[in-house]
Design a protein around this ligand. Sequence first.
Ligand code: FAD
Length: 277
Amino acid sequence: MNNTPVISFEFFPPKTAEGMTKLHAAREQLAQLRPKFFSVTFGAGGSTRDRTLETVLEIKARGTEAAPHLSCISSTRDEILAILTQYREQGIRHLVALRGDHPSGEVAASDFHYANELVEFIRKETGDWFEIEVAAYPEFHPESPSARADLEAFKRKANAGANAAITQYFYNADAYFRFMDECTAMGISIPVVPGVMPIYNFAQLSRFSAVCGAEIPRWLRLRLQDYGEDLPSLRSFGLDVVTELCDRLLQGGAPGLHFYTLNQAGTISTICQRLGL
Ligand code: FAD
């Protein structure tokens, strides 16, 4: 196993005071695992801009590195530059750079079409100030016409100056290992950290997976369906499945793990403890 896996945790910026209290508790618990950073998502088109910044500043003030996500779809260069300037002024040096999903309804004018353009823009405007993460898709992005086209899109992001990547979640370790083999063959050498989605709720996981193109393998789907409303049993089974997945990924050379926390800490703390992290 890699001796020093890089661990990071992703939060979303809460909308309510109750959500904020829940996030504080999760952050405190997960900070004990000494992650490299906490990241905070960003609503496409800038819908969470202020809340993302607020959440990031709070994390930073409590002593952990914070990396805001930044999506560029439906944004102008001036809007993105204003956000980058604000982050620099606040001493933020780490970003997760994304295209974002096309918002439904009216489409606002955008100076950016793909994430590689955002990475290029950040490097042009801010040099090496930011450590930049981008997204990777071991099961391939749902809009991509082919696996090859998606790998080439990933390579463009690495060539544009990304330092590392975080993957979409998956439950099939072989998809990740094959993806890494392809990256090596194509000369892509940035670290690619698996994104890990704990299993809390089957209906919610099915919804997320349908949108983002992550496959729930048949054996797993059928087992999860069988638990029905019995959430404690479903979560206990999910905990075993996800812990084994993480273990296999680290044993197979993954440089770390990035957990999609959904602002909850309990299951993830248990996974990390079982893994000895
Ligand atoms: P891109 O890398 O631009 O790829 C998007 C699609 O376009 C792919 O199909 C790719 O193959 C294709 N493509 C790329 N370049 C070209 C080209 N030149 N010509 C033709 N096709 C091309 N979304 C949010 O809104 N906010 C978040 O905070 C957020 N956080 C995320 C964090 C992680 C770790 C991940 C994995 C995803 C996150 N997302 C987030 C979702 C992400 O925005 C969507 O998956 C989005 O659809 C693609 O973003 P991307 O940066 O991967 O886009």
